[in-house]
Design a protein around this ligand. Structure first.
Ligand SMILES: NC(=O)c1ccc[n+]([C@@H]2O[C@H](COP(=O)([O-])OP(=O)(O)OC[C@H]3O[C@@H](n4cnc5c(N)ncnc54)[C@H](OP(=O)(O)O)[C@@H]3O)[C@@H](O)[C@H]2O)c1
Length: 295
């Protein structure tokens, strides 16, 4: 088996994929892409005996160099949802130029792919990347991720905030989400990468075993914290006005608002056994996940 390179290796997902893959492959078969080769994390990767490569999604030449000798790429979508439209083209072009054979790409599950969908700004970049990959002639595996369970505290606040206000305020209505703790995505990725050939040109819908709405999130937090937490879904207009009044930056308001509207419309209310089948188990239950944050 050739070498596998994990991009975004310093991030929450990438670091966990490296951790799980290191238990499955010899370290000499794993390379990691970082932007800053002098960072503490880069030093740790080196100490672990991993092949450290530096490159930036904004710089195609740096990527061609970084991908040299790589057979399989675990390509993590960039966090900048606007810049990634161009960045991802560069990653795919560089992969072709460097002779990479197979690209695993972390995409998103969705229902509405139209330009008027509340999450269009997120979905359009993934759609474009999926198409480019399919047209590239490279072998590909599309990993369509559901929402990370880690977004719950990002959307509603951490323990201190939720227990102070004793409420969840988000225009998500009764929308359900099949959340997945990020480490479950990472472990599944390592299992697929260790047997990459078997997954060529396949698309997986990686959804959590449980689907819950935010009324149920409030209920679970009440149980694990011992404090009654209530849930209120305001109108989108009220939500945005309230957040503006407390001085939140427009970018954060827009992100929260779009994701809330997507959730309300059931974008993440989907079912698939793909993730359970890969793991041979259910995803971590959300009560346990939430108790680690809110109890
Ligand atoms: N499904 C979901 O609910 C969900 C939620 C959040 C994010 N996401 C997506 O999933 C991806 C991974 O999530 P995460 O939690 O691991 O994110 P994260 O912790 O923010 O990590 C992002 C990684 O991308 C790297 N990166 C950023 N810009 C780059 C560039 N121009 N060139 C090369 N590398 C670059 C970062 O490197 P540095 O250390 O150099 O900054 C970091 O390693 C995110 O990037 C985002 O696209 C999905």
């Amino acid at each position: 088996m050739g070498k596998t390179l994990i991009t975004g290796a310093t991030g929450g997902l990438g670091k966990a994929v490296v951790e799980f893959l290191s238990k499955k492959l010899d370290k000499s078969q794993i390379a990691v892409l970082v932007r800053d080769g002098q960072s503490e994390q880069a030093g740790l990767f080196k100490q672990q005996g991993l092949d450290l490569r530096t490159g930036d999604y904004d710089n195609q030449d740096s990527l061609v160099k970084a991908f040299s000798g790589i057979d399989t790429l675990y390509f993590i979508s960039g966090p900048d949802i606007i810049a990634r439209h161009i960045q991802h083209e560069k990653v795919i072009q560089a992969a072709k130029e460097a002779g990479v054979k197979h690209v695993f790409y972390t995409s998103t599950v969705r229902k509405d792919e139209s330009l008027t969908a509340p999450l269009s700004i997120v979905v359009s970049g993934h759609l474009k990347t999926e198409l480019l990959l399919k047209e590239s002639g490279l072998n590909y595996t599309l990993l369509r991720h559901s929402l990370y369970a880690e977004v719950i505290p990002m959307f509603i606040g951490d323990k201190a905030k939720v227990l102070e206000t004793k409420s969840i305020y988000l225009p998500v209505e009764a929308g359900k989400v099949a959340f997945v703790p990020r480490r479950d995505f990472a472990q599944a990725a390592a299992m697929l990468l260790a047997d990459a050939k078997a997954h060529e040109n396949k698309t997986y819908h990686l959804l959590g075993s449980e689907k819950i709405n935010f009324e149920e999130v409030a209920q679970l937090i009440s149980e694990v914290s011992g404090e009654k937490v209530s849930f209120h879904s305001p109108s989108v207009e009220e939500f945005e006005t309230t957040l503006k009044a407390v001085g939140l930056p427009q970018e954060i308001i827009s992100t929260l608002s779009s994701f809330s509207q997507g959730i309300a419309r059931g974008e993440f209310d989907q079912e698939s056994l793909d993730l359970e089948t890969i793991h041979g188990r259910k995803t971590l239950d959300l009560r346990t996940f939430l108790s680690r944050i809110y109890s």
